[in-house]
Ligand binder design. Structure first.
Ligand code: SAH
Length: 332
């Protein structure tokens, strides 16, 4: 089975380490004022300062996810909503939403047990985190499990589809409720067969759902080749990138696996056309920035793909839209 197949270019320890990298980068952004996150510092042992280009990239990733998630949570104020984060790592979105009084009815995070155990332990020791999951929540550091009324953290290897089904049951996820599935820098590390299975499983499981994918594209030009080599060198090869090397291929991945609609944009477009212009202007003043060519190339090598299943008819207006359209929708 693919699950246990050794692969020289990708090993689980190195892939798990990308989570520490992401957390450190997010903290670097927070310290520079790109975004607010009162919780990420609990998850970073050694704070580092990232370069302006890395900070700006993480900001774009954060802003895109937040804006889409918020659209989803507001798509119909009367229906309970669920979020399912695949390979959540030390992501703090749940804690931030909870702190802002915007958390959905149920927020479920899955990752390898090595990662969920560490996250469970950190939630256990830090009151600011613990209080966000409710006084009656149970935490098992050994098993890497947190079970609160509205937040669940569970260990699983995402490549094991029968186990994913067990997690749905354990987490009390209701397949009929609108569900926002997050796969941020996760599926690209898996073999293409596993990624397809997960995407197909999610399509079959949730009839009213948004799938948010953020990951690399374009391995075949000079920048892309270097990007692929760098990650291979670190032991976390992008096993999936050649199966979905373009925006069209990412869209096809979802459509072929049964999603009703799919659209993929590269991050350069997401940044310039989707992220609020006011926010862009604000963060562009934070640091001296002159690496424009590099920035453009880098953002062309990351994308957001969105796929939609809409049995309940909630998502006619969901997705990327420009600032002006948003203004119209707001009636402002
Ligand atoms: N989504 C988070 C973390 C990204 S790092 C963020 O964007 O910040 C990638 C995460 O995926 C790691 O925590 C890693 O442990 C997890 N992951 C990778 N392959 C996995 C698998 N097969 N099963 C479960 N988790 C996996």
């Amino acid at each position: 089975m693919a699950k246990n197949a050794p692969d020289a270019s990708s090993n689980t320890v190195a892939v798990q380490a990308t989570n520490d990298d992401a957390s450190a980068s997010k903290l670097s952004c927070v310290k520079k004022g790109y975004m607010k996150d009162d919780y990420i510092h609990f998850f970073v042992r050694k704070p580092v300062r990232r370069s302006p280009i890395i900070n700006r990239g993480y900001f774009a990733r954060f802003a895109a996810l937040r804006k889409l998630l918020s659209q989803f949570l507001h798509s119909d104020d009367h229906t309970k909503k669920q979020v399912l984060s695949l390979g959540a790592g030390f992501d703090t979105t749940y804690f931030q939403l909870q702190g802002e009084g915007k958390a959905p009815y149920l927020y479920v995070e899955l990752d390898f047990k090595e990662v969920t155990s560490k996250k469970a332990a950190l939630i256990d020791v830090h009151n600011e985190l613990r209080e966000k999951i409710g006084a009656t929540a149970s935490i098992s550091r050994e098993n890497g499990v947190v079970l609160g009324d509205h937040y669940k953290l569970l260990p699983v290897d995402l490549r094991d589809i029968p186990e994913l089904n067990n997690m749905i049951t354990l987490a009390n996820l209701d397949p009929s409720l609108p569900t926002f599935v997050i796969a941020e820098c996760v599926l690209i590390y898996l073999d293409p067969e596993s990624s397809r299975s997960i995407v197909g499983w999610a399509a079959r499981t949730f009839s009213t759902a948004v799938f948010f994918l953020y990951e690399q594209i374009h391995p075949d030009d000079a920048f892309g080749e270097q990007m692929v080599r760098n990650l291979e060198f670190r032991g976390c090869g992008l096993l999936g990138i050649h199966a979905t090397p373009t925006l069209e291929a990412k869209e096809r991945l979802f459509l072929d696996q049964g999603w009703q609609r799919a659209v993929a944009w590269n991050m350069l477009r997401v940044y310039s056309e989707f992220i609020d212009s006011q926010e862009r202007r604000r963060i562009e003043r934070l640091e001296l920035f002159d690496e424009f060519e590099e920035w453009h190339m880098m953002q062309e090598h990351y994308c957001v793909a969105l796929a939609i299943n809409d049995a309940l008819g909630l998502f006619q207006n969901f997705g990327f839209y420009k600032d002006e359209q948003k203004a119209n929708m707001d009636g402002s």
